[in-house]
Design a protein around this ligand. Structure first.
Ligand SMILES: *Cc1c(COP(=O)(O)O)cnc(C)c1O
Length: 440
């Protein structure tokens, strides 16, 4: 029997209508900046992850020439989208500037998964390479491309369960390093992702069932082999830390652009959310850096609002969207997740600003609008954050919350960042049909 309080029941009732809905996290109001001190290791851990990525930069630049311009750092631009803002908001009701964080064009795998997924595999490779004396921490890691070093890595295996993008990121990097790689994919994964992975020599195993079953099957297969590392999207600390590095990188970009973040200049960030690890890592990183001056919202499909449900009921991973009669199905790849990550709910529950839900058709409309106004092509899931700034600043519930937070008068100074999570790997024909669908 699943039990939760009356507030939780209200949220469940709202989610059950399958209409777009904005949930504000009541826990956030109890949290103040001093809470950051409860995770003193946070900043250091995040920096350590960033340093590890730096050590790998020479190897990345060598193996993925598209990153040589950035010296082997896998990072995406932050761009202002004024045309889109005018299209969406002709009455100019949204105060502040609107930016798009373009993880859709992250090098190597074209989605937000190029952060966490790649980080976890690089960390694994580093620990194996150190153990075998292939490198020292001070070396140029590009030696890992040498055949005799790859031979050693090829004695190890990597497995992952995925709806698509995580499998793609992990598969690409893991195959490049020489690891034997197995990707367990759920039924909703796109054919082109499976084809791409197979072309890289990755073993793709398909499941009729949903995402959780693919993860469970992958976890089991890996457990039987001590030389096999399983990338666990639901619980992995490494994935989470890899994503968190985005906050450090964004901080630099904001400084470069002259965008201030402080009590008078709030930062509002809207991130598409599946199991929660990616947006959770980024939200947590931003909280380490900016405390309560960063307001992060997760965006989920109306049929799979698993993190909203987990947080609002306090049941975290112990409740699924099917428990409240939702299907968990959506055309937004990566967001069709029925059950939230428990560790993520625990880590972000105290400070996350809230969650909101989006209808699939709305994603397609926004997809075409962004293409027509800015010339930017995203995959449907990557648009989930886009309605956030508008709902927040123009709808009654949002206005009330802004007033409670003391933000109403500060919005003119605000930066709204919509996190675009994927798109550049989508084949042209598929992208064309997405755009057509939105226009209709
Ligand atoms: C994975 C993914 C997300 C969400 O990340 P989670 O860690 O699953 O919450 C969002 N958008 C896209 C395109 C993704 O692939």
């Amino acid at each position: 029997m699943l039990e939760f309080d009356s507030k939780g029941r209200q949220v469940v009732a709202a989610l059950q209508t399958r209409r777009e809905y904005f949930w504000f996290n009541p826990e956030r109001n109890k949290c103040n900046k001093s809470d950051i001190k409860q995770v003193p290791a946070g900043l250091a851990e995040m920096q350590e992850a960033a340093n590890r990525l730096k050590r790998f930069a020479p190897w990345i630049a060598q193996e993925f020439p598209e990153t040589s311009g950035s010296g082997g750092l896998i990072e995406s631009p932050l761009v202002r989208i004024d045309h889109m803002k005018r299209k969406l908001d002709p009455a100019a009701g949204v105060a502040g500037q609107l930016y798009l964080k373009r993880d859709d064009i992250l090098p190597v795998s074209g989605s937000i998964k190029a952060r966490g997924g790649i980080y976890e595999i690089l960390k694994l490779a580093e620990s194996i390479a150190l153990k075998h004396g292939l490198i020292t921490l001070a070396d140029d890691y590009s030696v890992l491309s040498a055949p005799h070093n790859k031979d050693i890595l090829s004695q190890y295996a990597v497995a992952v369960g995925s709806t698509g993008n995580l499998g793609l990121s992990v598969g690409i990097i893991s195959a490049k390093l020489g690891f034997q790689t197995e990707v367990h994919m759920s039924a909703d994964a796109r054919q082109w992702k499976k084809d791409k992975l197979r072309s890289l020599g990755v073993k793709v195993i398909e499941y009729e069932d949903d995402y959780s079953s693919a993860v469970a099957a992958g976890r089991e297969a890996a457990a039987a082999d001590p030389k096999c590392h399983f990338v666990d999207d639901e619980t992995s600390e490494d994935l989470f830390m890899g994503y968190s590095v985005a906050a450090l990188r964004l901080q630099k970009q904001l400084e470069t652009e002259g965008i201030r973040v402080d009590a008078e200049h709030p930062l509002l960030v809207y991130i598409p959310c599946g199991v929660g690890t990616g947006p959770g890592g980024i939200a947590w990183g931003l909280h380490q850096l900016y405390g309560n001056n960063a307001y992060v919202f997760f965006a989920e499909p109306v049929e799979s609002p698993c993190v909203c449900l987990g947080l609002a009921t306090g049941l975290h991973e112990n409740i699924s969207v099917q428990d409240i009669g939702l299907s968990g199905k959506t055309e937004a790849d990566g967001l069709a997740v029925a059950r939230a990550s428990g560790p993520v709910c625990q880590k972000v529950g105290a400070f996350l600003a809230g969650c909101f839900t989006v209808e699939d058709e709305h994603l397609y409309r926004l997809l075409s609008l962004l293409k027509d106004s800015e010339g930017i092509s995203l995959e449907p899931s990557a648009l989930a954050g886009m309605p956030g700034p508008f709902a927040l600043t123009t709808e009654a519930a949002g206005k009330t919350w802004l007033a409670q937070q003391g933000l109403t008068g500060k919005l003119a100074n605000a930066a709204h960042i919509v996190w675009a999570t994927g798109g550049s790997m989508v084949p042209d024909t598929e992208m064309k049909s997405f755009i057509e669908r939105g226009r209709n």
